[in-house]
Design a protein around this ligand. Structure first.
Ligand SMILES: C[S@@+](CC[C@H](N)C(=O)[O-])C[C@H]1O[C@@H](n2cnc3c(N)ncnc32)[C@H](O)[C@@H]1O
Length: 260
């Protein structure tokens, strides 16, 4: 009996390879057209950032970044000089975008990724949601998550042995990116102090969290640093502008990108 060959995976692999080659070529061409003095100015980089693509397609890791946000982080890490700091890695969706950008730039750049050792006591019900209370004795949550999202996506990870740190390391290892990332488990207030040129910050979910966290990262920022913050709506953006003097900024979905 003759079995029909399954064509789908072959076509899919062919398309993936072609897309990878096309996007890699496109990114290299866009990057090569940038004059060296324009590489650190966000106003000059803005258009190029929006035209770059993630060659591997969107990261298939759990997380909340949209495809356009992932692509923006990838482009920032590709185009900007290091060192780069990530605050809030969770399971590595954003970390993988930043590390892939560094890898594809073929330049040596330090990427430090910090996250807390998350404990179940940081989470408890708040109104009809689950609040993130850090420290656990706080009265007000720094962020809230829908109950269903928490039960399905967060609780099993923080209760598992090794927690989110272990899954983060496994995810980066599986993507062959672990050697490009210094994974540091600490509060960002204790992060290694380096002359960061790009800081990606995923601890800015609402005005309370922004006002608690942004002033405490002043020692990690300097004039010229590019700060990207996730989960920014109009209220959060106003809050960021109130706290920091941005020379130039833009939004892509809920990712705020600003140059200090
Ligand atoms: C929304 S998640 C990050 C998602 C991740 N960037 C992604 O792309 O999937 C926020 C993360 O910030 C971390 N976090 C919150 N407060 C922090 C702090 N003070 N220092 C370091 N990490 C913190 C939390 O532990 C959590 O893992």
């Amino acid at each position: 009996m003759i079995h029909m060959q399954k064509q789908r995976p072959i076509r899919a692999t062919g398309w993936r390879l072609a897309r990878h080659a096309l996007f890699t070529f496109n990114n290299r061409r866009l990057s090569q057209h940038l004059a060296p003095e324009k590489r650190t100015s966000l106003a000059h980089l803005h258009q190029t950032i929006t035209r770059m693509r993630l060659p591997s397609g969107q990261m298939r890791l759990p997380g909340w970044l949209t495809p356009r946000e992932q692509q923006t982080l990838y482009a920032l890490a590709y185009l900007l000089p290091g060192p780069i700091l990530e605050i809030g890695s969770w399971l590595g969706r954003s970390t993988a975008c930043l590390a892939s950008g560094i890898r594809d730039s073929t330049q040596a750049k330090t990427l430090v990724a910090v996250d807390l050792k998350l404990k179940p006591e940081y989470f408890r019900p708040y109104a009809d949601k689950i609040g993130f209370f850090y420290p656990s004795t706080s009265d007000l949550p720094l962020a809230v998550v829908d109950k269903e999202d928490f039960t399905r996506n967060v609780e099993p990870i923080i209760r598992a042995p090794g927690g989110s740190r272990q899954v983060l390391r496994e995810n980066l290892t599986n993507l062959d990116l672990i050697d490009l990332v210094h994974v540091v488990i600490c509060d960002f207030r204790d992060a290694p102090v380096l002359p960061y040129r790009l800081v990606f910050c995923d601890v800015t979910h609402d005005p309370i969290e922004i006002e608690r966290n942004i002033p405490d990262m002043a020692h990690l920022l300097a004039p010229g640093t590019i700060l990207a913050c996730h989960d920014i709506d109009a209220t959060n953006e106003k809050c960021l502008h109130k706290l920091l003097p941005f020379r130039y900024s833009f939004m892509r979905d809920s990712l705020f990108v600003g140059e200090l």
